[in-house]
Design a protein around this ligand. Structure first.
Ligand code: 3NM
Length: 217
């Protein structure tokens, strides 16, 4: 069981911002705060890759960013790092197919939220069986942010999940901008997850606001 209802999760997934300290040219806390002010509804801490923080510094950064998100009543999700999520009492964990098994992760995190990246009907079904609260489907459009992203799949899988009546909250990811976000929602997505659209904007506030406006219509 999760501490959150499906409806609550669907609401929160709408404007899903993901960032690590190396995903921006701005001062990173500024980006996070501006994005939250602009209308982000859930945040994922994805601290990985070149120049990212590790060890104590990573823990401190996560703790700080969680506090900031909570000032805006925005849930704080951690990518991959289950131990960190438990240590700082994050609201959830997001894992990929290469990470620990979702069943095991769900056991460890208890009633916190579990998100799983999935690229096929089978992977979605497995995630549901393991107790996932939502699935991330991508890459919807070409992305430069994730170097090992799978083949671009458009909104096909999202549509297929809806057609088959597979009932789990869905967030699309990969190359999403305020211009193309509506396509994800029209296909049946509950929300859009973005990194660069917000993190590299001249004004992360404007980018988040625009994204929220374009999908919340
Ligand atoms: N996961 P941007 S694509 C983190 O396909 C991530 O599962 C993906 O960054 C997947 O919004 C992606 O800058 C990168 O394209 C998203």
């Amino acid at each position: 069981m999760s501490r959150y209802s499906k409806d609550w999760i669907r609401e929160k997934l709408k404007v899903y911002f993901i960032m690590g300290s190396n995903n921006t040219n701005h001062e990173h806390e500024f980006v996070l705060t501006e994005a939250l002010k602009g209308g982000v509804t859930i945040f994922q801490f994805r601290e990985k890759g070149e120049g990212s923080y590790t060890g104590k510094e990573k823990i401190e950064l996560a703790r700080r960013w969680k506090e900031i998100c909570h000032e805006y009543q925005v849930p704080f999700i951690i990518n991959d790092d289950v131990d960190l999520a438990i240590e700082i009492d994050a609201d959830g964990v997001h894992i990929g197919q290469e990470d620990e098994s979702p069943t095991l992760v769900k056991k460890k995190i208890g009633d916190r939220m579990l998100g799983v990246s999935a690229h096929s009907i089978e992977e979605v079904k497995k995630a549901i069986a393991a107790g996932a609260d939502y699935v991330g489907i991508g890459p919807i459009f070409p992305t430069n942010t994730k170097k090992d992203a799978k083949e671009v799949q458009g909104t096909k899988l999202i549509q297929e999940l809806k057609e088959r009546g597979i009932d789990i909250p869905i967030v699309g990811i990969g190359g999403i901008t305020s211009q193309n976000a509506k396509k994800v929602m029209d296909a049946g997505g509950d929300g859009v997850a973005v990194i660069s659209e917000i993190s590299y904007g001249d004004s992360p506030f404007d980018r988040a606001k625009q994204l929220a406006e374009n999908i919340l219509v």
